[in-house]
Every structure is written in C-alpha cells, then in structure tokens.
Write a protein that binds this ligand. Structure first.
Ligand code: SF4
Length: 246
C-alpha cells in the first residue's frame, strides 16, 4: 500500500487517516461534478430577518418558470452545456416537489438548500442531499427566522427540521454561528448528532464585526470561539464535516 504519510495534503490534515480517506473519496467524485445553482421559486414559507432574497425584492422582480415543459427544456439545455449537478435554492425548494422531480430525472446529482420546515419526501428524492440552514442555534434561530409570511412569529423551527429529517442520511445542517450564540453551540450540535445528522459551520455577521475590531479583539474572539468549538470534538467526527478544514 502506498505510504501517504509524506503526502502534503495528509500533513495539512494533521496526519488524520480517516479525514484523509474522506478527502480521497471527495476527490474521486469531484472531477465528475459540474455544478450550477438554480433559484426555482420566489415563494418561501417563512421570512427570516434580513433575508437578501426578500430584502432586495427578488420575489417581485423575478417570475417563476412554472410550466413543466419549459423547465424540462431548460434543464436539458443545462445538461447539454455539461452541467450534471444542481444546487437548488429559492425561496423554499420543498414547496415545489413537481419541479424537483424534473431535476431528479435530468441531473445526476442534486442538492437543495432548505429551511427544514417542510420535509422533502423520500419517495422520488432518495439521492438528493438536503442542506438545512440554521442561524445562531438555540433560541436565536427562532428569533431570527420563525416568522410566517404574514409577519406572525412561531416557535420550534429547528425542532421541526430535526423531526422531519430524523436519521435521514440525506440531511446535513449548515450552522451559521455567531458570538451571540456561543452558549447555544454545544446543545445544538448535540441535538444534530443525536438526530443522526451531520453539520458544517460558517460564521455570520459578528465575525465581520470581530475582524474590523482590531487584532486583539479578533484573537480574543477566535480563542473564545475555538474553546466553545471543542464541543464539536466531543460529538462524533461524523457529525462534523468541515470544522477541521476551517
Ligand atoms: S428560508 Fe431562505 S429564502 Fe426563506 S426567508 Fe429564510 S433565508 Fe429567505
């Protein structure tokens, strides 16, 4: 067997054999992937605070392509230009399963970005990957996002997403963390882990604020975050998919 210990990537991954094997698997399929992003609807079943889609009136300035034949023709033209992978966003893609069926029929790989409130059926979509957005964790998620289109608030958006995708191998949470939500990280990651799902993390606005606050604040912030981030290590490696690359 080839000695990988001198491999530069292996060294960058801190000599972690499991992580290196995952990297190799991704590398194997990545050369086949040609991806494009599709906004399939202007409709959404919630109104997150500050959502760029509604802030910039995309829902008013664009019109859905809704006829099956038109969508099919468009997707075939996409395949003909070499695209075989979709990242489907909205609005909220799960509101339009009939449109998603056309992606399933024509594209080789499909992912949807969803708020998790409505489940994507397994029937017909078993090979989709489902990327569930999560803002801040804990009560912050409801504060920022559990708002109906009519402006009324509700509760339990994250809990509903967990219920909809319990032990569903298609589901992966995209957890946007902020220093305002550090106290929620541990519990949020534990719930995702216990639900049999995986998670990636990214930063939202507060990180930008930290970067602009000067080196000492940035360092303090990162130290604080990394300490709290150790909770990721306490849960299974399978739960966390990207933190080590971060
Ligand atoms: S779920 Fe997505 S599209 Fe809908 S309001 Fe929130 S950020 Fe905007």
């Amino acid at each position: 067997m080839k000695d990988v210990t001198k491999n530069a990537i292996f060294k960058r991954l801190n000599g972690d054999f499991e992580y290196y094997a995952r990297y190799q698997r991704i590398k194997q399929i990545s050369s086949r992937v040609r991806v494009s992003e599709y906004l399939i609807t202007t409709a959404c079943n919630i109104r997150c605070k500050g959502c760029w889609f509604f802030e910039y009136d995309f829902d008013k300035r664009t019109k859905d392509l809704s006829k099956k034949d038109e969508i099919k023709k468009f997707l075939i033209s996409e395949r003909n230009r070499g695209i075989n992978t979709s990242l489907i966003i909205g609005g909220e893609p799960t509101l339009h399963p009939k449109r998603l069926e056309l992606f399933a029929e024509i594209m080789e790989f499909n992912s949807i970005s969803t708020n998790g409130l409505k489940a994507l059926p397994k029937e017909g979509f078993k090979d989709f990957s489902v990327l569930i957005s999560l803002f801040g964790g804990g009560s912050l998620d409801d504060d920022l996002r559990a708002i109906k289109p009519n402006g009324n608030s509700f509760s339990g958006l994250f809990e509903t997403a967990l219920k909809n995708y319990k032990y569903d191998p298609r589901a992966h949470f995209i957890f946007a963390v902020t220093e305002d939500g550090i106290a929620h990280i541990e519990e949020t990651v534990r719930k995702i882990s216990e639900n049999g799902n995986t998670v990636s993390v990214n930063f939202i606005v507060s990180m930008v604020r930290a970067i602009h606050s000067g080196p000492s604040t940035k360092k303090d912030y990162l130290m604080k975050f990394c300490e709290s981030g150790s909770c990721f290590q306490r849960h299974s490696l399978a739960t966390l998919t990207t933190l080590k690359l971060w």
